[in-house]
Ligand binder design. Structure first.
Ligand SMILES: Cc1ncc(COP(=O)(O)OP(=O)(O)O)c(N)n1
Ligand SMILES: Cc1nc(C(=O)O)sc1CCOP(=O)(O)O
Ligand SMILES: [Mg+2]
Length: 210
């Protein structure tokens, strides 16, 4: 992997907002043009040849912007498309098993909800970043367990790994998780539902310069 700082706008794809391959590629291209540094390909449907084709196209696109492509849940798909890594939750493959498959250079992100104990476990298994959330009501995953903003500053104090904030993040509320120490903001709806995705990504990216 080329040296890449895990910092900035982390855009997560949504098959509802981008229902065709063309819409997915265009949407991600616009997010990257606006400054997204990490793309997560998230599609909860089972793996298909079409998903692999999209993942390979997204990898190429990310490379052309020196951005990272991570695959949600599916370590095998990440391997097949030579993604930069995966994002794994508590119901997904264990981090140490994923590490054994992917090798030392790939990025593994871990969902920690509102728990420093989950973060500790993730770190000890070799995670590369810790994701906390959801911080605000989420259009994309309304049932995600809620987290309190204080977990971010506590995690910042206890861990050196990069910290991701996720869940209902919009331009209006983004400053709060950043103030608490988030290194990345993971966003689905407030980014990919925008009429001008590039402008929206750029506005999110600007928040990291403050
Ligand atoms: C950056 C980031 N953080 C958290 C999640 C949620 O992962 P998980 O709990 O496995 O839930 P699903 O996304 O698989 O529904 C994420 N995907 N990305
Ligand atoms: C995929 C996901 N995981 C979450 C968690 O809290 O673990 S919240 C979430 C959805 C994030 O989308 P939006 O920006 O539209 O709220
Ligand atoms: Mg998952």
């Amino acid at each position: 992997m080329t040296e890449h700082k895990l910092k900035g706008l982390y855009a997560i794809t949504d098959p509802v907002l981008m229902p065709t391959e063309a819409k997915m590629i265009t949407g991600v291209q616009q997010a990257l043009a606006g400054g997204a540094r990490v793309i997560q390909y998230r599609d909860k449907h089972p793996q298909t040849a079409e998903k692999l084709k999209i993942a390979k196209s997204l990898k190429q696109l990310c490379e052309s912007f020196s951005a990272l492509l991570l695959i949600n849940d599916d370590v095998e798909l990440a391997n097949l498309c030579n993604a930069d890594g995966v994002h794994l939750g508590q119901e997904d493959m264990a981090i140490n098993n994923a590490r054994a498959i992917l090798g030392p250079d790939k990025i593994i992100g871990a969902t920690c909800h509102d728990s420093l104990q989950l973060a500790e476990q993730a770190q000890s298994q070799g995670a590369d970043y810790l994701a906390f959330g959801r911080f605000f009501p989420s259009e994309t995953k309304p049932g995600a367990p809620a987290a309190s903003m204080a977990i971010l500053s506590q995690a910042k104090r206890d861990f050196t790994l990069p910290i991701v904030a996720i869940g209902g993040i919009t331009l209006e509320n983004a400053s709060a998780p950043l103030k608490e120490g988030a290194d990345m903001l993971a966003v689905v709806h407030a980014l990919f539902s925008a009429t001008d995705i590039t402008a929206r990504a750029s506005a999110f990216s600007d928040q990291f310069r403050c």
